[in-house]
Unconditional design. Structure first.
Length: 94
């Protein structure tokens, strides 16, 4: 049983690290699950257990946090911030 939770923890950390480095790129749960050789539903369960969020919610939260930081810095337009943070549509972002 302990081996199973170590594996889940490893998968979670691998995906979480990847998301932090690539949050501004298009990401899907299917792609992230493939990175650690688990099913999308299993990855979803791991994230819920660890963070109380789905992988997509986690990505969205990272994007919003980065956007808030960039907007407060004041040197970029809203459209530029949206693009840098991985939002596909600046109108949706604003």
């Amino acid at each position: 049983m302990q081996h199973e939770s170590e594996s889940a923890s490893d998968s979670f950390e691998r995906v979480r690290s990847y998301i932090r480095e690539h949050f501004n790129q298009p990401l899907s749960v299917e792609f992230l699950a493939e990175l650690c050789h688990v099913s999308p539903s299993y990855l979803h369960r791991i994230f819920r257990r660890q963070l109380g969020l789905s992988p997509i919610q986690y990505i969205h939260d990272l994007r919003v946090q980065e956007a808030e930081y960039l907007l407060n810095a004041g040197s970029l337009t809203v459209a530029e911030v949206a693009e840098r943070c991985g939002f596909e549509d600046a109108r949706y972002f604003s």
